[in-house]
Design a protein. Structure first.
Length: 247
């Protein structure tokens, strides 16, 4: 059970654990993690052995192990994206956990597609961090080489270091089947959409990682306005993600 923010307090965690234990007595099966508690749900995606194996193989930290619901969204999006033309793109990679699960799950090395991974690998640029979401964790000098090593077995994964959207003008796919945006910055994410949205195929999937989290409300407001101007609407998921299918 991993929760974030104020819920890190030991007293709050004890309260939550008591609640989860009580729910478990009543409902039998309870899922708790990533600031979500679910009971009375089938969570049928856990029967997908390929997905669970990929997740178990790639999730190393408690924080990563808490992200199963978000990974399920990405796995669904990735499978759907195989039905349309285009490559895969992730803007905001950090350690490469989410994209590594997708790559493992889809046996991406055997696909005739390219997975483009964009990140500064050195935190959020100051001019894009108006919300104050940068973290010392993003500034690990070993981050970039560790991601290079993580995807060394995939000849069709391109890791592009630098600021988005600048790097998108230098190297980006012509058509996109799936776009995952997780840059913790409204300015950076809108910048990515400005360059990439028209390249997303009809029926292609866009997943916004932090869309529904209160600490990132600036991103939701900016993205809602931006996609509404193009006749679309983002679906807010209980995971905190936003989901859009390009029409």
């Amino acid at each position: 059970m991993v929760f974030y923010g104020k819920l890190r307090d030991p007293a709050d965690r004890e309260f939550l654990q008591t609640a989860v234990d009580r729910f478990r007595k009543i409902f039998g099966s309870v899922y708790a993690g990533d600031n979500v508690i679910l009971f009375g749900r089938t969570l049928g995606f856990r029967r997908d052995k390929k997905l669970m194996q990929a997740f178990g193989k790639q999730a190393k930290t408690d924080q990563e192990k808490s992200l199963l619901l978000r990974i399920n969204t990405l796995a669904w999006a990735a499978r759907q994206a195989l039905l349309v033309e285009g490559d895969f793109v992730e803007c905001g990679v950090w350690r490469g956990f989410c994209s590594s699960v997708i790559a493992d799950y889809l046996d991406f090395g055997a696909l005739d597609r390219t997975f483009y991974l964009y990140d500064t690998f050195d935190g959020i640029p100051p001019e894009q961090d108006s919300e104050g979401h940068d973290s010392p964790l993003f500034h690990d000098k070993a981050l970039y080489p560790s991601v290079i090593e993580r995807f060394a077995a995939y000849p069709n994964v391109r890791i592009v270091k630098g600021k988005v959207p600048d790097t998108l003008h230098v190297e980006a796919p012509r058509r996109i089947a799936m776009l995952h945006i997780d840059m913790n910055s409204a300015k950076a994410e809108i910048g990515a959409l400005e360059v990439l949205y028209e390249r997303v195929s009809r029926g292609g999937i866009i997943v916004f990682d932090d869309y529904g989290w209160t600490g990132y409300s600036a991103q939701q407001l900016a993205e809602d306005e931006w996609v509404a101007a193009r006749g679309q609407r983002i679906l807010e998921l209980p995971t905190g993600q936003g989901l859009l299918v390009k029409h």
